[in-house]
Design a protein around this ligand. Sequence first.
Ligand SMILES: N[C@@H](CCC(=O)N[C@@H](CS)C(=O)NCC(=O)O)C(=O)O
Length: 215
Amino acid sequence: MTKLHSSLGPNPRLVRMFAVEKGLEEGKDFERVHYDIITGENRQNASYLEKNPLGTIPTLELDDGTCLTESWPICEFIEETHPEPNMFGETPAERAEVRKWARLFDQEVVVPMTMGFRAGAGRPMFAPRMPVLSEEAGAEIAAMSDEKWRWFDQALGGSNHFALGRFTFADLIVFCFANFGFTVGWKLPEGTDNLARFVDTHNQRPSAAIWQQGE
Ligand SMILES: N[C@@H](CCC(=O)N[C@@H](CS)C(=O)NCC(=O)O)C(=O)O
């Protein structure tokens, strides 16, 4: 059976939510293999490092042993192998629109937000395993990320969807990183009422229950 190598954190949860949105069931369509990323098991387990030399989670291991890494491409693989319901767009132009929002968010929010977290509250966990910014630089980059959250709030306006007027991968990635923030004591920056509404709305999705579960 296909294996999803998974853990705490926004990236595996993004893939797990995507799988639920696709109607895929754990135990039936794939098996979930858990790693303790707090202790760094993912970077010490030789057999996992063979599957993903970066040691990061998630990895999707197919029946033939092929290992797919990086959460977004894993979601695109699932989209191609399970096209319904559509999450990336029906046409080339729609897909470009969904990927535009996801790419903007990935670069402008996810990168600075995670770098800020690793340099701040996440320092005890991450400093022994990778280079992290100084605390001062971490606070600066976290503030840059918050500024971009505000930009996304304005772009969202009165809608609950970033692209295509329906729930897509673009909404999913924003939702997952907001929820990641909440799990580590972050709050939506002031003046992001549109995003607060967006999060409340998508919290009602059955797939969002993953955020209420321990690992
Ligand atoms: N770009 C990767 C990021 C993966 C990543 O950083 N995963 C986190 C969990 S959300 C992780 O493995 N953290 C533990 C570590 O880096 O040792 C992706 O999209 O999958």
